[in-house]
Design a protein. Structure first.
Length: 407
């Protein structure tokens, strides 16, 4: 294997390379090397290697590249291989596939799952010039774009465990499935997620909402907090008597930028429905309503579900039943809760005696041995969200999962 073109080292948190290419043969590699030199591209990584080697490389870097070229030579199942590749890439990566078959069916299938282009060998410098626009950091004539999934958690009343479940899911997605996740706590007076994640709020959420008219990706990234490589947070901790108002569509602009850089944007919404929370519901692909087994929460769940589902933008909505305390008598049966809702609840979380409280106070992830039941429930929830109940691996896009099932 020929040595890769050297990569300029960047500060921690930055992309190691703006352009990454893994190709199958030396002739194609030489063409890419000439193109890189002609364009004087500073941050690149070009190497001979298979798609498996590309996945191994991308899994190790802290940030995905802006542009990625992958050679499909030797791939018997290109859609499945690209699905595996998507698991280690941020949603904003623009991917160009390279192959030897002038196959219109394959070309259309690749475009449908979110790839920007498919080039047929032999590769030339002229073809690369027509394909990439490095002055704008994009592939020319973009056919489609993919973004991360926006998820909102909300509850029927205080103390039902919204933040516990949302933080548990965020940790699982970022740790176990290696997705980039950003957690947005919409409680401007200070929600519990910061302490659960071992962080202190910097009021970054208020900052970006107040300056939504002049945001760019770099601005937003400077406001994020993190003590992990793939899990970030955006929150605020204003004085209790402060209730700021923001311009219309401010949250929408923030979510647009976040969903271009993260696989999942998880929003923790207080139960008081404000214009900010309404906007969160409108921009969500999925809303989880967390309730407990009390009559009051059951009634509130019915009202909240009706409110969310009757809006113009109707996100997929599911009810999660949590048991935040150890009481065993007098609880509403889940079957009665289902009857009141007119649908089945998605999942029930059992009571954990002390492991969750200890972890919350320490700002740590609950120990798996001590909280195996909780971890199992979070895994089940994550599998439902990502589709792993129907496919071994999560697809690059929802459309891709359908393709793989039929192949």
């Amino acid at each position: 294997m020929s040595p890769a073109i050297p990569v300029t080292v960047k500060p921690s948190g930055a992309r190691v390379a703006d352009f990454v290419a893994f190709v199958a043969d030396k002739e194609t590699e030489q063409v890419l090397r000439r193109y890189v030199l002609d364009q004087a591209l500073p941050h690149v990584h070009v190497a001979i290697g298979s798609i498996d080697e590309a996945i191994a490389y991308l899994a190790k870097v802290e940030r995905s590249p802006l542009l990625l070229m992958i050679d499909l030579h030797g791939s018997a199942m290109p859609l499945s291989d690209l699905m595996r590749l998507s698991e280690v890439c941020e949603p904003s990566v623009q991917v160009v596939a390279l192959g030897e078959r002038n196959d219109v069916g394959l070309y259309r299938s690749l475009l449908k799952i979110g790839l920007r282009d498919y080039l047929v060998k032999p590769l030339t410098v002229e073809l690369l010039t027509r394909t990439f626009d490095f002055s704008e950091g994009r592939v020319r004539d973009v056919s489609s774009s993919r973004t991360g999934k926006i998820i909102t958690f909300t509850g029927t009343r205080g103390g039902v465990g919204v933040t516990t479940l949302a933080v548990g899911l965020a940790r699982h997605l970022s740790g176990r499935t290696h997705r980039r996740v950003v957690y947005v706590d919409l409680d401007l007076q200070g929600g519990g997620a910061s302490s659960m994640l071992g962080l202190k709020s910097n009021d970054g959420l208020v900052d970006v909402l107040e300056n939504a008219h002049r945001l760019d990706p770099q601005y937003v990234e400077r406001t994020l907090m993190s003590n992990q490589s793939r899990l970030f947070m955006l929150s605020a901790e204003l004085d209790i008597n402060k209730h700021p108002e923001f311009a219309a569509q401010s949250l929408t602009r923030v979510l647009e930028l976040l969903s271009n850089s993260f696989h999942y944007v998880l929003m923790d919404a207080p139960r008081t429905v404000t214009p900010l929370i309404e906007e969160a519901f409108d921009r969500s692909a999925r809303v989880y309503v967390v309730t407990d087994r009390t009559v009051h929460s059951t009634r509130q769940a019915v009202r909240l579900m009706k409110h969310i589902e009757q809006r113009d933008h109707n996100p997929q909505t599911s009810v999660l039943v949590n048991n935040p305390n150890g009481a065993v008598a007098g609880k509403v049966d889940v079957s009665d809760l289902d009857a009141a809702l007119g649908r089945n609840t998605l999942q029930e979380f059992r009571f954990e005696q002390k492991s969750l409280m200890i972890a919350e106070n320490l700002g740590e992830n609950p120990k798996e041995a001590a909280a195996s039941q909780f971890h199992h429930s979070i895994t089940t929830l994550a599998n439902d969200l990502t589709g792993q109940r129907t496919a071994k691996s999560v697809g690059w896009m929802d459309k891709l999962k359908g393709k793989v099932k039929r192949s």
